[in-house]
Design a binder for this molecule. Sequence first.
Ligand SMILES: [Zn+2]
Length: 394
Amino acid sequence: MIEKSGRVGPPSLVARVLELVAAGQATSRTELAALLGAAPSTISAAVGQLVARGLIAEDGTQSSTGGRPRKVLRLGGTDGFAVAADVGGRHARIGVIRPGGQLTEATTVPFTIADGPQVALPRLADTLEALAETQGLDLLRGVGVSLPGPVDATAGMVTLPSRMPGWNEFPVVRWLEDRFGLPAVIENDANCMAVGEHAVRPPEHRQSITVKIGSAIGAGIIVDGRLYRGATGSAGDITHGRIDGAVDRPCSCGNTGCLETVASGAALVRELGAHRPDVASLEDVVRLATESDPEATGVVRRAGRYLGMVLAANVNFFNPDAVYLGGMVSTLESFVAAVRSQLYEGCHPLVTKHLVIERASLGADAGLVGAGQFALQRALERTVAAMSSPRPYR
Ligand SMILES: [Zn+2]
């Protein structure tokens, strides 16, 4: 039945219910009540409103524990999808993402970030639209883009990026929304990776740190199942943490002795490439370390220990369920092992007792999945906002 008022209760709770069901983090009213710390009657009212609008569907019953059968909640109209891109310097990974983090049609396309947004964005949009057409444009719900720079998610633009010439304060989100006529979202690559990895991990892991170690280092923080941005959007920026052994090395931030100068992919290339003619790129370092080249393995292990030192302080402070490592350097087992042993050494045993320290299970696609998740979330937020508008008919 249609409510008498156009309002549907506290929008934040309704939005959270929708978000948890969409992400596959909750499939029943009982789980929602536990996760949100709300009374069952409050949850039932919110679910009822969402079911009435077709945003949540109830599927048969499930009695895995042998107890009383219960209704299983899922997102209504799950044939809806987002298209997303995880943008790098010379390539973009693109794909179709559905609620719960399912990725299909993932492929790598040329993308030159140095062309600037006026040239690069229209090309990317054409490619994403062609991808969406293969799935049915009428089911496209939103567009998400992961960018390798500092993102002001509220303003929908990149601010003062060091590796994205021409992108500073270009209104990327407004451009995308005008182009597609749909909700769009941009996020920093490490945040996308954190959200993507979180979406496919067990729902009980609600506190996690995901570190992306590629050419640069960045981290995304998930608190109580949601991305934590901090006061000014810089949360997780561990790359400028101080390292004792790196006092003299100048960093891109103007300071010296930062983690970035000794543990990033760029630092590894610089260190090994200084006297090895066979090393010109991060791919070279990774290949040599994979082949157990002693020198390459040595610098990779040392980088892992440095990252572990900076991470240990954060892990002690934050006490997460999990630390996930993504980005090209994290594909090296010697690196992951060094981070792990440094965390065990540098953290209180209570903190590491159940701590999961693993490579990102989505590998190179974690950021892509996260960008798609952000787009689906934004689309849902718009829907919920429209529901709680004082005007019952739009
Ligand atoms: Zn720095």
